[in-house]
Design a protein around this ligand. Sequence first.
Ligand SMILES: Cc1cc2nc3c(=O)[nH]c(=O)nc-3n(C[C@H](O)[C@H](O)[C@H](O)COP(=O)(O)OP(=O)(O)OC[C@H]3O[C@@H](n4cnc5c(N)ncnc54)[C@H](O)[C@@H]3O)c2cc1C
Length: 465
Amino acid sequence: MNAEKKFDLLVLGGGSAGYAAARTAHEKKARVAVVDGASELGGLCILRGCMPSKTLIYSAEMLHAAQQGEIFGFEATSPKADLALMQERKKKVIAEFADYRKEQLADGRFSLFREHGKLQSKHEVMLAKGEILQADKILISTGSRVSVPGIPGLREARYKTSDDVLNLDYIPEECVVLGGGVVACELAQFLSRIGTRVTILQRSNQLLKELPLDASLALQAQLSEEGVELLTGVKLQKFENGQKGETEVFFEQEGRSFSKKTHFLFLGLGRTPNVDQGSLTELGVTLKPSGHIHTNHFQQTSVSTIYAAGDCAGPHEIVHIAVRQGETAALHALGYSVPALCYDNLLSVVFTDPQIAQVGLSTEELKNRKIEFLSASYPFDDHGKSILMEAKRGYVAVHAEKSTGIILGAECTGKDAGELIHALSIAISLKATVHQLLQADWYHPTLSEIWTYPLDDLAEEIPAQ
Ligand SMILES: Cc1cc2nc3c(=O)[nH]c(=O)nc-3n(C[C@H](O)[C@H](O)[C@H](O)COP(=O)(O)OP(=O)(O)OC[C@H]3O[C@@H](n4cnc5c(N)ncnc54)[C@H](O)[C@@H]3O)c2cc1C
């Protein structure tokens, strides 16, 4: 075997998880190969995920703010979305990020193979053109793809995915969104704000069913105020394509049958791991019922030479988790001691308006673990800075251990929640108590100082140690 084709670590998939693993392994002087068969390098986050969605969502947020001119005391002559200009800006922004990532992958630190690869054995990957690469350890970081559930007619239906929404070159008149998860909610509000009449069909009784009910209710109220129609408790039955480019969605709600025709059916029912189940199971790699690759806390699969990280491993489809998993996998695979991954301090943000952010353990999880805790919350509509900003929707909440005051979880739903939550994320990762956080300065008037209200309430209840 040619020495150039033998590696310490082979990374299959050069997205967020794969790049993080390759960079980490290179820093440890390992011989690293990255195999990625995408027509364009960059991964989901940069090309079709976080960055393009947040660029467009921010444009729509600015548009929405401009449309509120009257409230703030300035004249704005009916600002409207110019999708061509929004897309032009997005392309420019994304091109810069993608170019930078391509440079990072191709700068010679790793051997980069621009082909699809398939796991061949515990130490081998076969490239699309037949070449075999050997490595001591292999990391699978092949990401995820849009999930298309087996509802009759859905596969044949003319549905659009988040990729299509992010690349739209026209403003659809109307749209039916299937699903009420993070991506569905973020892009439904984007579509509504650029001028599309949006209906969301959601199976459970609230949007974002994994998140606290109060957060979901705040978002539902905002969407309804903006004219989004939300149907919850919906059971999708079947889909039929019509003669004029429309698709008819048949569904049940409260035991009654309904149907809705749309020219823009946005399939937002989540993503599924992008893995070659056949070759993995053949080699003895265990998969979870969800199709994710099962790993231990160091991202090692049931086959000790094979690791998995990012969306294909789960359990969270979040970039900073993919990066951390990639780094952990690389270090562990190379024999370094590394802390086991734990998601007790998990940070998540939904980029709707109001934004919804959460960190640490939820009240549900705290109850499940039988941890004695106290919670306190405070609404944005009673806080000086948010009142003057007309950002009155939402709340903050802090959950602290009853006996010690150590902060275990926090929620923030409201303006800039994705920024505000970081103060509590740092506190939680440092195991700070409510009393310690109250020793910090909180500048007046800022949105951030809203945290002092629940912290004060908790400090009154919990004696300082
Ligand atoms: C619309 C949208 C918005 C999102 N917004 C956010 C957000 O705001 N914040 C956040 O944290 N997360 C967000 N996410 C999720 C986030 O983008 C993903 O969790 C993350 O990008 C996953 O990284 P990854 O490395 O696992 O996969 P990817 O980045 O998808 O990388 C996988 C790579 O593997 C390659 N590949 C696949 N199969 C093969 C093969 N057989 N051979 C060779 N190469 C292969 C692919 O070409 C790809 O480059 C969003 C996702 C979407 C869809």
